[in-house]
Design a binder for this molecule. Sequence first.
Ligand code: C2O
Ligand code: CU
Ligand code: CU
Length: 476
Amino acid sequence: MSLGTLARSALLSGIAGAFAVSGCSGSEDPGGAVATSAAAISAMADVVFTNPLRLPSVLSGSTAYNLTIESGTAQMKPGNATPVVGFNGTFPGPTIVATRGQTITVTQKNAWSENVSIHNHGHKVAASSDGHPVDYITPGASKVYTYTNDQPAGTFWYHDHTMDVTGSHVYHGLAGFYIIHDPAEDSLGLPSGDYDVPLLLQDKSFDTNNGLTFTDNGPFFGDTPVVNGTANPVLDVANRKYRFRLLNGSNVRPWSLSLTAGTAASFQVIGSDGGLLTAPVSVTSLSMYPAERYDIVVDFSKYPVGTTLSLSNADTTAPAIKTLMQFRVSGTETDTSTVPSALATITRLEEADAKAKANITLSTAGGVWELDGLTYDPSRIDLTSTTGAVTIWTLTNNSPLTHPFHKHLTEFNILDVNGQAPSAAQNGLKDTVQVPANGTARIIFKNETFTGTYVFHCHLLDHEDNRMMLQEGVTQ
Ligand code: C2O
Ligand code: CU
Ligand code: CU
């Protein structure tokens, strides 16, 4: 099973070489000044992205992987390769492909100069393998993480989770996809193989040498769209269905996504954070805060060869990024994939099943972001729970900003947001929920069998690093 490589992606398109400039004389930078006639511009999309989308390498077929955290480079844009800190020195990190029910180990060797701790986001895991913020792998040391993959197929991601510096570490490269397959999903006939493409959606900023710039004295928004470590990318696609695994891997930036080919195009959402939805949902836009995932299917057979579609962003947070990437319908292919009307069974927990309840407030005081009026202290347990308990958490946001609230260990269902039932796309398994500004969200979940200390936090990494995080102690 392979998600493809850069070389393979050339097969659809006949791209002569990486970063060739397309025949359309545009700029790869949306703001770039380019002399093009108005008629030519109107014949094209607003911007023309020309950097071929890079695809992460893939690790599959083994039960034990070794990764080395080290400095390296990634060819994010034409010219100099960009220095990164990555898994095997690469960015994005290799996509780890696992099978439901089959345990794998990932040994992380820290060949870098700073402490790290690696968390597999969305994974049901023993506390010792969860990448707790102070469970450091010190420089020169290694740690073996054990992943049992005892959960449905879905799109997860592994990333650094070191206390106070997660944002910087993730921004500079410590992130990769972790995908679980299972036979039930495989039998559905969804687009697979080269037509199953992960998209790590981020914003970054570059200096004139293509080095990354970053500041952590306040929320950092990059000015350039970077997908799978490619600035302003284009993916050549055939006129058929593709599955895209969308992950908002940004530091703090929310995406309000749509697919546009002149006008907004509809696409199908088939999965959310924790795996497949019960049924596909047709949408024209998707809101994604940091750490949220959606698996979508786009049917490019609706567009003539030669059409360019943009993945657009309506969120206007400055510096605004209007287009994340483009898809260029470049070839014809037959398509035997399908999107069945029934995808998966999700056992929804009912409010009446909940034996345990907790209220957690999100607030700000004197410029400090807090949960329950507290900031993170790794030596303090803030909330206790027991294995197997069905639990409702009521998240009350007393601040004027939406926060993506993430809990470790369990996927959950959203009961309601501001009293309203979740949309169909948000009605599947989630591990990160948008708690709206001055609003509430309620989530319901059943505790797993693992005991130990697990964190929950805001996934705006700037807030997380400023300790908008608490911890849960799970006992038998
Ligand atoms: Cu994606 Cu606690 O993190
Ligand atoms: Cu997590
Ligand atoms: Cu926050």
